[in-house]
Design a binder for this molecule. Structure first.
Ligand code: BTN
Length: 251
């Protein structure tokens, strides 16, 4: 468990260091940082917790954690002109987390399992949850820093953490890099360049099974449409586009 004073220092440090003015709040323990973040919308805000009592993942799953072992944070990103689509935020957020991981672990290559799981050596390192509000998106990131972060024995084998790939990581440093990458990606989305970076880390050509609107879809991953979702060729030859918000990956 981190000391309260240490966490209070995080707030000052981040408010000074981040490339854009952003309200920062750091909690020893909260329910979900997503819920704490939402009332700040559409103001840009960063909510961090040492521990969550009701962390959640995509598609109604829960996200469990141990104090002091993960990065648990939510960013409110304004979308007043409604120009950003859910799929684009998903693409940019996943990419930002992958780039941040490669920054703190320079010898590693992070992969993206669509929509935005961040994978190192075939194991999940981080997950991103995007929740849309009328005036903003709330982007939640959970990233395993130490092995203690992985509490669920059912997914332990398929999960990894930063300390398994490099020297002990200072969580404040990781958060600073993560939020800086996120701000850069979301403020300056050069689509062509982003797609090149996404393709370089994605499972193009692999066959996967998805569930969308109650239907199972198996097919080969062809590409990504940044505003509409993953482009997949079904076994039948039909080409479909799967939106991030409503599609789950089965295997
Ligand atoms: C997933 O892989 O399903 C996404 C997991 C997202 C977890 C993070 S932890 C911080 C933020 N608060 C939450 O309740 N969830 C996200």
């Amino acid at each position: 468990m981190s000391k309260p004073n240490e966490l209070a220092d995080w707030q000052d440090h981040l408010e000074k260091k981040l490339p854009q003015p952003i309200l920062v709040r750091v909690y020893q323990e909260t329910r979900s940082t997503q819920d704490i973040a939402k009332p700040f919308a559409p103001k840009m805000a960063l909510i961090i917790a040492d521990q969550q009592t009701a962390g959640r993942g995509r598609l109604g799953r829960s996200w469990s954690s141990t104090p002091g072992a993960s990065v648990l944070m939510s960013v409110v990103w304004p979308n007043l002109g409604k120009t950003l689509t859910h799929d684009r935020v998903s693409l940019l957020s996943g990419l930002a987390v992958a780039r941040a991981v490669e920054n703190v672990l320079p010898a590693s290559k992070a992969r993206l399992k669509w929509p935005n799981d961040v994978i190192l050596d075939d194991c999940k390192l981080a997950g991103v949850l995007i929740e849309a509000m009328s005036s903003a998106y709330v982007i939640g990131i959970g990233l395993n820093v130490t092995r203690k972060a992985i509490t669920d024995p059912g997914i332990a084998q398929a999960s990894t953490c930063l300390e398994e790939h490099g020297p002990t990581m200072d969580r404040l440093h990781v958060i600073e890099i993560l939020v800086t990458e996120l701000i850069q990606a979301l403020s300056d989305s050069k689509t062509d360049e982003m797609l090149v970076q996404w393709r370089d880390r994605a499972a193009l050509g692999q066959t996967q099974t998805f569930e969308q609107a109650g239907q199972q879809i198996t097919g080969e991953i062809l590409d990504l449409d940044p505003d509409h979702g993953l482009i997949v060729r079904r076994d039948t030859g039909e080409i479909v586009t799967l939106p991030a918000a409503t599609t789950s990956v089965i295997k």
